[in-house]
Design a protein around this ligand. Sequence first.
Ligand code: TXA
Ligand code: MG
Length: 358
Amino acid sequence: MKTEIVKILQPELGLSCGEDAALRRAGAVLMAGGLVAFPTETVYGLGGDGLNRESARKIYEAKGRPSDNPLIIHICRFEDIYEIAGAVPKEAEKLADAFWPGPLTMILPKSAQVPYETTGGLDTVAVRFPSHPVARKLIEYGGRYIAAPSANRSGKPSPTEAGHVAEDMDGRVDMIVDGGAVGIGLESTIVDLTVDLTKDRPQILRPGYVTERMLTEVLGAVDTDVTIIKPDSGQAPKAPGMKYRHYAPEGELVLVEGEPERVAAYVNEQAAADRARGCKTGVIAASETAAAYRADVVKCLGSRSDEESIARGLFAALREFDNEKVTKIYSESFPDRGLGQAIMNRLLKAAGHRVVRV
Ligand code: TXA
Ligand code: MG
């Protein structure tokens, strides 16, 4: 299949007539059962009609994703949650009030019209109302219920620019809507509301931009899936996708924890030995310490005082290491709280949980 790429230059300023017409065409492609990749505020999504089983099948095939890994249905009006979910607890309404449109996904019981192909065979469904103006328009034009996983090939880091989507999906999807680089750079926070809320707390299944603290302020208290806090717990994550090795660069990534000087000394020593063995070496660092490293490629993601910049640049850095054929990568670690919890969750997964403490 030939993939058409449509550019929307400054979505925050509104759409030109031509851009609006292009999005209407993309919406028609979705309604006819085709696939369209599009920007959201978190990462790029690979969209298909969420109520069409054949579209779900095509999404799994294009991604190379196991079909037991459910898809998120994206909506563009709050009230559509009642169409997708079979029951909407008041906690879901409170969360929607506080964080929608935005980077939060809720797990709820599914309604009868959502096919099991979309939910990976589950009786529950993931619902998200994104804030990105292009995503919202496309969902509207595409029939209002757009199933969309991240638009990477399974196992690759999620795409944060249209070029990343094209690397993975050219020839596999009908259209790519290029709305520029995304703002957040990590996937949405997922909260499970299908627990018995009379005795149990809503549970975070995937940390993201909406932090535990922000959720606690709205709901009183929340839990976090034990597999996020303790990856060696031996239990299966409740979000099926969290069990896969993910976000993974082709080179081997190791996370290094400790005092900054000791981390730099350790990494420089290891990298020298790696280079002597013929490896190309890379480092992921914050701006405060980036100059201390001697490696073939040092990626500075931003300041530790601005974790949003670290989140925004992380997946692109992992992809660039692949393109630059870096085979051994070391990353600094970040405090495991606030947005840092999401950053560390993605880094640990990309590293296959290889961590060295120095
Ligand atoms: O920010 C995002 O959420 C992006 C953008 C495109 O919206 N989407 C995204 O989708 O990250 P995906 O498919 O890459 O990740 C969805 C995660 C997977 O780990 C999946 O297992 C989990 O959500 N999930 C989906 N439906 C679920 C359900 N019913 N119960 C538990 N987990 C579910
Ligand atoms: Mg994904």
